[in-house]
Write a protein that binds this ligand. Structure first.
Ligand SMILES: *Cc1c(COP(=O)(O)O)cnc(C)c1O
Length: 242
């Protein structure tokens, strides 16, 4: 058995979590929002199953992954370790040939950015007998470039949303964005909030606004984000992807 008092990694993650929590609370306070309006999704990609267990021990129940192969293995390992009350968020680009697999374990897919993905996700969800909440990922860069970060153009959001809403075993949860690498994240986050409120005029329950990561979570809370996807600030820096 792991001795909790001697687990330096647990202490490190606990300290990080405390700092993130303080930032989220301060951001909520200055935005006049309740802390309960904002969910922190711990993005555990590249980190081991043990870190997911530690986060769970510290009270985290929402976990995010971005690659199907890693995510499927991690979900299975965490479940067989007896942790069944986590919500798994898939935040990475979904390849169409992986969509069916993603739908068998993800509770929320943040990155649905084209109609072609929807039927594959739906098939996987139906086959697994589960409901999957889907967010439309929106690309809010001024000049979209195909750099693999994904996202539907704002003009395509409604058609992707309609496809999700019509698909069996998928529910339309809301919208997501990744802030542009350069420039002011606030602008993108406010634009996302506008798109979200337009979407809610048709789909009243699509209330999720997934925005904000380690470096820009304050701006996201200020703009109305309901979900923050936080990796580095909780778990430390990831090895550079080769
Ligand atoms: C990795 C990742 C995050 C977390 O980013 P950090 O800067 O480490 O907090 C958030 N969203 C997506 C889509 C990611 O791929």
């Amino acid at each position: 058995m792991r001795d909790r008092s001697e687990d330096g990694r647990l202490a490190e993650i606990a300290a990080n979590l405390e700092r993130v929590e303080a930032r989220v609370q301060a951001a909520c306070l200055s935005a006049g929002r309740g802390r309960a309006e904002v969910t922190v999704v711990a993005v555990t990609k590249t980190f081991p199953v043990e870190d997911v267990v530690r986060l769970h021990e510290l009270g985290i129940r929402d976990v995010g992954e971005n690659r199907d192969g890693d995510a499927a293995a991690k979900v299975a390992a965490v479940r067989s370790a007896g942790l069944t009350d986590l919500r798994w968020h898939f935040v990475g680009q979904v390849q169409r040939n992986k969509a069916t697999s993603v739908a068998t374990y993800a509770d929320v897919v943040h990155s649905v950015d084209r109609v072609r993905l929807v039927s594959a996700l739906s098939r996987g969800a139906v086959a697994a007998g589960r409901l999957v909440d889907c967010l439309v990922q929106v690309d809010l860069r001024d000049l979209p470039v195909d750099d693999g970060r994904g996202g539907a153009s704002p003009a395509d959001v409604l058609s992707v949303a309609a496809a999700i809403d019509a698909a069996e075993h998928l529910t339309l949860g809301g919208v997501m964005t990744v802030a542009p690498v350069s420039g002011d994240p606030s602008r993108a986050f406010h634009r996302l909030a506008e798109i979200a409120s337009q979407l809610r005029t048709t789909y009243g329950r699509a209330a999720v606004i997934s925005a904000g990561m380690s470096d820009d979570l304050e701006a996201a809370v200020a703009a109305g984000a309901t979900h923050l996807r936080v990796g580095t600030a909780l778990l430390g820096s990831r090895p550079a992807l080769g």
